[in-house]
Design a protein around this ligand. Structure first.
Ligand code: HEC
Length: 128
């Protein structure tokens, strides 16, 4: 199981590295965030942030789908608050003692990059 998800991660990350969005200035920061994400968050939130990590089936409620429109629409402030303090009555741990504020921001930036990469958020404008 672990080997499989490691493979998937490898595929995704090598893929992202070669075809990453052109001209994104924060590539290095996203890379740092990715490393934090993969060590701390991936087991629950899954390789693409969809809430399907290896631990997810054993958790209730399930880990958030971080690339959902609902999460993407939340402000940095709200999400940083969940990352720092955890979410009561769920398995989401508080990270403020383990990650610096800078690291928390980097990991959030990585999560945002997953959203942009996999799910373009802006729907086409409605027909007039
Ligand atoms: C032990 C499993 C676990 C780990 C590890 C974990 N999470 Fe979570 N996470 C959860 C659960 C469970 C929720 C709550 C889902 C809900 O509210 O229904 C959650 C919620 C969140 C949310 C809120 C999403 C929203 O829409 O409000 C964010 C952001 C988040 N996690 C980020 C992270 C980050 C970043 C890390 C790593 C630094 C991480 N999580 C590690 C289980 C985990």
């Amino acid at each position: 199981m672990r080997a499989v998800s490691a493979c998937i991660v490898l595929l995704i990350t090598t893929g992202t590295a070669s075809i990453g969005p052109a001209g994104q200035p924060s590539a290095a920061g996203v890379e740092q965030g990715r490393r934090i994400y993969e060590t701390r968050c991936l087991d629950c939130h899954g390789p693409q942030g969809r809430g399907d990590g290896v631990k997810a089936p054993f958790l209730s409620p399930r880990p958030g789908n971080l690339v959902s429109a609902a999460t993407a629409a939340k402000s940095d402030k709200d999400l940083l608050n969940v990352i720092a303090n955890g979410r009561p009555r769920t398995a989401m741990p508080a990270w403020k003692d383990q990650l610096s504020e800078e690291e928390q921001r980097l990991v959030l930036r990585y999560i945002r990059s997953l959203v942009r990469f996999h799910h373009p958020l802006t729907p086409p404008p409605p027909e007039p």
